[in-house]
Design a protein around this ligand. Structure first.
Ligand SMILES: *[C@@H]1O[C@H](CO)[C@@H](O)[C@H](O)[C@H]1NC(C)=O
Ligand SMILES: *[C@@H]1O[C@H](CO)[C@@H](O)[C@H](O)[C@H]1NC(C)=O
Ligand SMILES: *[C@@H]1O[C@H](CO)[C@@H](O)[C@H](O)[C@H]1NC(C)=O
Length: 223
């Protein structure tokens, strides 16, 4: 009996450990996408980019502009928000001071009906051709912001990466230096734990806890 109590205690420890791991800042697919971008850049001898929460929040606004319409992302019906929307809509929605906007030096945009892991979104959705790799490795960028969002609690899933050439601490400055977190969707750079805001990945992340819970129960009942 004493043995079983020990195992039960260990299981409870394991459950709380996995729960706290999930609370880490990196539990955000947009942050993971920025990490993939920076590691690919540095492997290719380009600089690592500053992860700007202001720029990333704007990337999420950029996605919302498509209103869930994947067909407007690429192909013959492709649309692009007007440059003026950055100052008129995106920045105010994010609490980014309009006077601190700097030029967008590149963008990567992708959309797919199924949710993909950030590393897969990077290589399978965003890096579709030579042009994308050229944009990714451009020396013109100094900072990056990424966002991902589903639509209506499910797919399609949009991924957006914006690059700029501003100086980290005086471009895309947030009023009061606080990012306005909005849901649905996740954006990078804001120390925001967010995977739960993407419907599908939530199920993936809860799975280890559920399994540990079952094991603990099995031991508790002496099965
Ligand atoms: C960077 O990403 C591109 C596109 O996925 C890939 O072809 C290339 O091998 C990657 N480079 C490194 C060093 O990982
Ligand atoms: C970098 O900026 C220069 C000058 O604006 C432009 O001509 C060039 O195409 C840019 N490079 C990339 C890879 O976008
Ligand atoms: C901005 O960053 C530069 C270098 O990263 C630093 O020297 C400067 O003090 C910073 N300015 C402010 C207002 O934080």
């Amino acid at each position: 009996m004493a043995n079983k109590i020990w195992i039960l205690l260990l299981c409870i420890l394991f459950i709380s450990a996995s729960a706290s791991v999930q609370n880490k800042v990196t539990d955000n697919p947009a942050d993971q996408l920025v990490a993939a971008i920076n590691s690919n850049r540095t492997a290719g001898k380009a600089s690592s980019l500053y992860s700007s929460p202001g720029l990333a929040c704007i990337a999420l606004q950029y996605i919302k502009r498509y209103q869930g319409d994947c067909t407007a992302v690429g192909g013959p019906k492709a649309e692009k928000p007007a440059d003026s929307e950055f100052a008129e809509t995106f920045a105010p929605n994010c609490g980014v001071e309009v006077s601190t906007l700097t030029p967008i030096t590149g963008r990567l945009l992708g959309c797919q009906s199924e949710y993909a892991k950030p590393s897969e979104a990077f290589s399978n959705i965003l890096m579709e051709n030579e042009k994308s790799i050229e944009i990714l490795h451009s020396k013109n960028h100094t900072e990056v912001g990424a966002a991902v969002s589903g639509s209506n609690g499910g797919g399609p899933y949009f991924w957006c990466v914006l690059f700029s050439n501003g100086r980290s601490n005086n471009s895309f400055v947030l009023e009061g230096h606080v990012a306005k977190i909005s849901r649905p969707g996740c954006f990078s750079g804001a120390n925001d734990e967010c995977s739960g805001a993407i419907a599908l990945s939530k199920t993936f992340h809860l799975w280890p806890i559920a399994a540990a819970g079952l094991i603990a129960l099995a031991y508790a009942f002496g099965i």
